[in-house]
Design a protein around this ligand. Structure first.
Ligand code: ZN
Length: 217
C-alpha cells in the first residue's frame, strides 16, 4: 500500500498555498510516486467542479483561465529533460531535491546525531518549517519519540517500519502529537529520508525523556 501525502497537503500544494518546505516534500513525493501525481490531478479536477458549483457567478473568465494555466503548469507534471548524448550514471537524488542538495547524497556534509544516525540541514526561506535529510543505518532503530507539531517523513532510499506500517521509497509518513513511534530502518541498506517539521520532536521513551534535555534530532 502506498502512503501518500494527505489530500489536504496535496490540495494546498496544487493551489500554491504551501511554503517552501512543504512544497519541496510534496514535489519530491510526486517525483517518486506516480500515485501522488494522479491524486493531485484528481483533486485539481474536483477543485474545478467545486468552483463551478459553489460560485458560478463569482468566478470570472480570467480568474478561471488563470487557475487553469496554473494547474496546467502543474509542478507535479513529469519533468522532461533533454537526454544527454552520453547519459551519465543516474543520480539517486530525486529531481526536486537536486537544487538543494546536489547530485550525490554521499558528498553531503552529514552531522552525526548519535547511534550512527546523521542529518543534513536544507537551507530554506525561513517560514517556520525545517527541512533536513536524515540517514539511518540499515537495521537501526530511531529512539521512541512523539511530536510537538507535525512531522512529514518521505523515504528516498531504503525503507523503515514502525507501529503504523512499512514505508518504502516514495512513501510519506505524517505524524503529530497523537503519534508516538519508534521507526526502524530496513535491514540491508541505509535509509535516507527527507523530513519536514514545524517543531522539534520529543523523545518519549524512558531514556529519551532524559535525552530530550540534551539532544535535538
Ligand atoms: Zn517521528
Amino acid at each position: 500500500m502506498r502512503h501518500l501525502a494527505s489530500d489536504e497537503l496535496l490540495l494546498d500544494y496544487a493551489s500554491g498555498a504551501l511554503g517552501e518546505a512543504g512544497s519541496l516534500i510534496v514535489a519530491t513525493q510526486c517525483a517518486l510516486a506516480p500515485e501522488a501525481r494522479e491524486r493531485v490531478a484528481e483533486l485539481e479536477a474536483l477543485g474545478g467542479v467545486l468552483l463551478d458549483e459553489i460560485e458560478p457567478e463569482a468566478v470570472s473568465d480570467t480568474a478561471f483561465e488563470a487557475l487553469m494555466a496554473r494547474l496546467d503548469e502543474g509542478a507535479c507534471a513529469p519533468i522532461v529533460t533533454k537526454a544527454p548524448a552520453r547519459p551519465a550514471a543516474p543520480s539517486r537524488v530525486p529531481m526536486p531535491l537536486k537544487g538543494y542538495v546536489g547530485e550525490d547524497f554521499d558528498a553531503l556534509d552529514w552531522r552525526s546525531v548519535g547511534g550512527g544516525v546523521a542529518t543534513h540541514e536544507i537551507e530554506l526561506v525561513d517560514d517556520g518549517m525545517r527541512a533536513f535529510l536524515i540517514r539511518v543505518p540499515a537495521g537501526t532503530m530511531i529512539p521512541k519519540h512523539t511530536h510537538k507539531g507535525q512531522e512529514f517523513v518521505l523515504v528516498l532510499e531504503g525503507g523503515l517500519s514502525d507501529e503504523h506500517g512499512h514505508f518504502g521509497r516514495g512513501d510519506m509518513e505524517i505524524s503529530d502529537g497523537t503519534i508516538d513511534h519508534q521507526p526502524i530502518a530496513d535491514a540491508g541498506a541505509d535509509c535516507i529520508c527527507l523530513a519536514v517539521t514545524d517543531a522539534p520532536v520529543r523523545l518519549s521513551g524512558p531514556v529519551g525523556r532524559v535525552l530530550n534535555l540534551f539532544v535535538r534530532i
